[in-house]
Design a protein around this ligand. Sequence first.
Ligand code: SME
Length: 137
Amino acid sequence: LESPQDTNVKLLKICQLLDKEISYYNWTGFYFKNGDKDELVLGPYVGAVTDHVIIPFGKGICGQVAESGETFVVPDVHAQDNYLSCSIDTKAEIVVPIFKNGENIGQIDIDSHTIDPFTKEDEEMLNWLCEEVAKIL
Ligand code: SME
């Protein structure tokens, strides 16, 4: 297993790559379960500074994915009741869970300034990416 520092450098590089290569990815970051607590803590990310460093399970799109363990595609964030706004520019969001040994340990979260931008290809690519990420955690 790698040191947490090495892992965080890799996770940041993944965020930077996605941010650079995919025009409609406008905030890209990782959240992880915070120890034994029923909350998420923000990990490496690229994009605007966010107030949502800690997210209780069940709160917002991220908190819901922490509980459901299922990818959540939000074509229009304004249509969501249980949503935590990070930026007024955000119009859409996708959150994909990360499983390690069958346990939902975190997620990748991507915000877009474009409405309804995420396709099945995004879902499949991010699913694959989360499986790869799980291997270095
Ligand atoms: N919008 C998320 C909160 C995290 S920010 O997008 C970075 C949510 O509703 O859970």
